[in-house]
Design a protein around this ligand. Structure first.
Ligand code: UDP
Ligand code: MG
Length: 314
């Protein structure tokens, strides 16, 4: 069985060499046991890094024939970089893992075990993540809860450390979305799956390439590409506001015609204006989020452009 390990890298010069050594060592052990075939590869995807990541990948590929590289022509984000690697991989199974090895590669043999016993998708989930900041842990927890509440099927505490078999990969190829949220997409593929658990460790070197801005954008992509609930909530809010404004108008008319204290009401004029104005803007904002994504999807732009490859054979 040929295995490809796909590693997205964005400005990872500080960790890449040791990551490469650790993964190659693991692959040697697996090959020695006959658990993976020769021709198994380690595929680094350079996501338009601005430091020396690509030249470093080139050197690593020159040092070991098992190392291959793909360079995207510019930074497209973790999910797209991952997809580029998955689509270029030719193994019978592909494992994706982050470059900083915060996710423990030592569970890979267990993942292969599940694959061999028939699981087409193997999710690696984080047992404990005390090495992550309190903020990251709690926001991640809340996010999983929110997604579940919205009816999106997610594997709890699973990020992008997973094994995909050839059939799952070919199925994934059929999904053409630009707003990629792989951890929502993969459970949709179906196929028998399994999970393995590991403890998340701290980043060995370098800083997180996922600042708050990127985390929010990934989170928003997850919600909007898998759930229409916010759209429905906006519609419900709009309906509620409409009913409220009808009642309010009735009340204004009643004051006007049935009482003597019909002072031209400043409050009753201005409050609905503010209220409805605000509400409309809110709803338009929600609509805009979806519209923006529809706009991006209908263009069917290529999701990435590969500038160079090294060691991929053909
Ligand atoms: N990454 C990427 N493109 C980006 C941002 C990140 O390919 O635009 C990669 C990064 O090199 C790493 C993985 O995505 O391999 C996860 O990033 P990081 O470890 O910084 O995220 P965190 O663990 O802090 O969530
Ligand atoms: Mg990390």
């Amino acid at each position: 069985m040929k295995l490809d390990i796909v590693v997205p890298c964005y400005n990872e010069t500080e960790v890449l060499r040791s990551t490469c050594a650790r993964l190659l060592d693991l692959m040697s052990r697996l090959a020695a046991d006959g658990r993976i075939a020769t021709g198994s590869r380690l595929v680094f995807v350079d996501d338009g890094s601005t430091d020396g990541t690509w030249p470093l990948i080139g050197r690593l590929a020159a040092e070991d024939t098992r190392v291959a590289g793909i360079k995207l022509s510019r930074n497209r984000g973790h999910q797209i970089a991952l997809l580029a690697g998955l689509m270029a991989a030719k193994g019978d199974a592909v494992i994706s893992i982050d470059a900083d090895l915060q996710d423990d590669p030592e569970v890979i043999p267990a993942m292969l075990g599940h694959f061999r016993s028939g699981a087409e998708v193997v999710y690696a989930v984080r047992g404990q993540r005390t090495s992550d900041s309190f903020f990251k842990r709690t926001t991640a927890g809340l996010y999983y809860r929110l997604m579940r509440g919205l009816g999106v099927e997610l594997v709890e505490q699973h990020a992008d450390f997973r094994l995909l078999g050839r059939r799952a990969l070919e199925a994934l190829r059929g999904y053409g979305e630009t707003n990629l949220f792989l951890r929502g997409l993969i459970p949709q593929l179906g196929f028998p799956s399994a999970t393995v658990t590991f403890d998340r460790t701290a980043r060995e070197a370098g800083i997180s390439k996922y600042p708050l801005r990127r985390m929010l954008s990934l989170g928003l992509n997850g919600v909007t590409s898998f759930s229409a609930a916010p759209l429905r909530a906006a519609a419900a809010l709009g309906a509620l506001a409409f009913v409220a404004s009808l009642i309010l108008s009735g009340w204004v008319l009643w004051i006007r015609f049935s009482t003597d204290d019909a002072v031209p009401g400043w409050a009753s004029t201005v409050i609905p204006v503010y209220f409805l104005g605000g509400l409309q803007l809110l709803c338009m904002g929600v609509l805009g989020e979806y519209l923006m994504r529809v706009f991006l999807e209908v263009k069917h732009r290529p999701r990435y452009v590969i500038e160079h490859t090294v060691g991929l054979g053909d």
